[in-house]
Design a protein around this ligand. Structure first.
Ligand code: FE2
Ligand code: FE2
Length: 257
């Protein structure tokens, strides 16, 4: 089976690009399942019910998230009544929503998806290496096809997670930095890996935000409103080929559109 994973979708320009290009990619590469990170989908920070519906009606099967999940308070109207939007599994167990889910495809194949937050250069949170094992244990009762979105800042932490889960899950994909890395590979025990998938946002920007606003902040040290950049929108993604019987990955390629 072929799984398309799309990096952080930034604001309306990112959403429009997903809605326009994803149906074409699904057709061209015979994609069975599409997952996207949507933590920046609403105005550049957070997710709203309307934004989630829009993305989920364009061919995306599931939305993952990250540190910006709570930025727009409308998320609280959504997160407990859907299994199509997940939040990091290593938040406190008392926060709303779920940290993993199992999607059932038309073919009958089930895919478990787990979302994690890193801890290096990020806010304090439960150890993701412990949290992930708890989630895997419960998902393995249903399926051996499992994807982990590790939303983290440090390359070392994400690479370590890839090695930790090699042979345990089908894929470990990194998100959060908005910059794609060129280290996509299948690890020795059959886990597809990439440190960061990238984003869907403006090519000429700072991580999808307006260059002038970010420069103003860095050069003056004063706060600035980081508006979402527009223009030429790049869509960063990976396509992962997985043997649905064993859960092992055969291949992972990067796709930029
Ligand atoms: Fe992001
Ligand atoms: Fe993030």
């Amino acid at each position: 089976m072929k799984l398309l994973f799309i990096g952080d979708i930034v604001g309306r320009p990112g959403r429009d690009a997903v809605c326009e290009r994803v149906p074409e990619i699904i057709k061209e590469f015979s994609i069975d399942c599409c997952i996207a990170n949507a933590e920046n989908a609403a105005g550049g920070s957070g997710i709203t019910p309307k934004v989630a519906d829009h993305l989920l009606s364009s061919g995306v099967d599931l939305l993952t998230s990250g540190d910006h999940i709570w930025r727009n308070s409308e998320i609280f109207q959504l997160i407990d009544r859907t299994d199509k939007v997940i939040r990091p599994a290593n938040f406190l167990t008392t926060v709303p929503g779920r940290g993993s889910t199992v999607i059932k495809l038309r073919s009958g194949v089930q895919i478990g998806v787990i979302n994690l937050l890193g801890r290096v250069f990020m806010n304090p949170i439960e150890n993701p290496f412990q949290a992930v094992m708890r989630e895997i244990e419960s998902i393995k009762k249903q399926t051996s096809v499992i994807l982990v979105d590790v939303h983290a800042e440090a390359t070392s932490e994400k690479i370590a997670m890839g090695w930790y889960l090699d042979g345990v899950v089908s894929a470990v994909v990194g998100t959060h930095t908005h910059v794609p890395t060129a280290d996509n590979k299948v690890l020795p025990n059959g886990t597809a890996y990439i440190t960061d998938v990238g984003m869907v946002g403006a090519r000429y920007s700072v991580l999808g935000r307006d260059v002038h606003a970010v420069l103003k902040h860095f050069t003056t040290g004063l706060p600035a409103r980081f508006t979402v950049a527009e223009g030429d929108i790049v869509l960063h993604s990976v396509i992962i080929d997985i043997d649905e019987h064993t859960g092992k990955a055969r291949d992972i390629i990067r796709l930029e559109r």
